[in-house]
Design a protein around this ligand. Sequence first.
Ligand code: UDP
Length: 437
Amino acid sequence: MAKKGHHHHHDYFHIVMLPFMAQGHLIPFLELATKIHQTTYSSFKITIASTPLNIQHLIKHQNHNNDNIHFAELPFNPAQCGLPPNGENTANLHSIDEILKLIQASSSFEEPLSSLISKIKEEEGHPPLCIISDMFFGWANNVAKSPIFPIESPPVPTSIRCRDYQRITSSGGLTFEEVETLGLDLLRKYIHLPIWSVGPLRPLPLKGKETSMANEECIEWLNLKDERSVVYICFGSQNTISAFQMMALAEGLEKSETSFIWVVRPPLGFDINGEFNAHEWLPKGFEDRMKNAQKGFLVHQWGPQMKILSHKSIAAFLSHCGWNSVLESLSCGVPIIGWPLAAEQAYNAKMLEEELDVGVILTATVESVVSNEEVKNVIEMVMDQESGKGMIMKKKAKEIEVLMREATMEKGKVKGSSINAIDDFVRSILPTKTMHM
Ligand code: UDP
């Protein structure tokens, strides 16, 4: 082992990041890496490790070249785990079962990750300062606790703690102090580990499977609409509702006579990336009727969500309440109608309604059934932004939009909570003797 005082062969500190292989995790990790670089304390080298296909995605997304962010490929054979040949990212998977398989299969990274850490240690004289791992990668703790890591300053294999119990390690767009006050208080009370709420990260528009034409079209369509007159509907990157519920949603939308833009995918039980059979899953003639009346625009498969949400015509978001979607919506001051489907989405929806007053829950569980009448009523309530609950939701969403902007702002010595949290995290991982700040 390298001797004290001689082990800084390089004048940087290394951090290894392990994002889960889904759009909503990879991009926030990239953003977090960028943010860590922007702290003034020290120079970091960050290596994001993932499977080859996901590394390609990340490189494509990294608009500006950053010499300090590196990528390491972890070998992975999807077919061996019963996944489709390109099943390295949830975007290429067809069901929740396959997503679970992908999570399980990730434990096969333990060995390549250990090798990566050893290689870094060999080349740089000491192991990385820490591993920032996604919540789905419990096995990463084995590597962090393994004998490769011990160094003479306190070993700090750590994961960024955030959100609630479901999200014990970093994922999604990350939370920030002002939004999850209650959750963070509870975490700090019961989990005796440091917690840094480093969010919100600047939401990056995700490039998906969209055809650029549909992209342009839906924005042009929105341009023709009145300010705050349209409801946007989307269930995230990997979820869908049942055929029965799709029908109720369509009927409710039509009854409400509210303009909408809806990202549609085949319902549960069908290949989510497959062909959309409108005649089977939507009311008869629905798409044409909505198009002719200029009432509704259906986007197939993938919409430019950030572009849509930030458009002035959007008044509300009917969402599955995935954490990225929540933050993206609030960052645009758009209130949320919650239709949670999986993971921690029901908690997110509850928080939006009960703690933040920016949301209303349409249905809390996947088991309960939503009627077209309920869809109509909730949309009418939220779209009336001049009175009642709709007005409060809009007002609160606007307030949070401001808080989010302030959290990431830096004006001279005054820093927002997000910047402070990242500074603090960085300070806590640096070996004590380098702490001259
Ligand atoms: N997204 C998008 N277009 C779509 C569906 C999703 O751009 O048609 C993006 C959305 O902006 C968000 C991410 O995909 O950044 C979804 O993440 P979220 O945490 O909301 O849900 P998940 O997909 O993880 O369930």
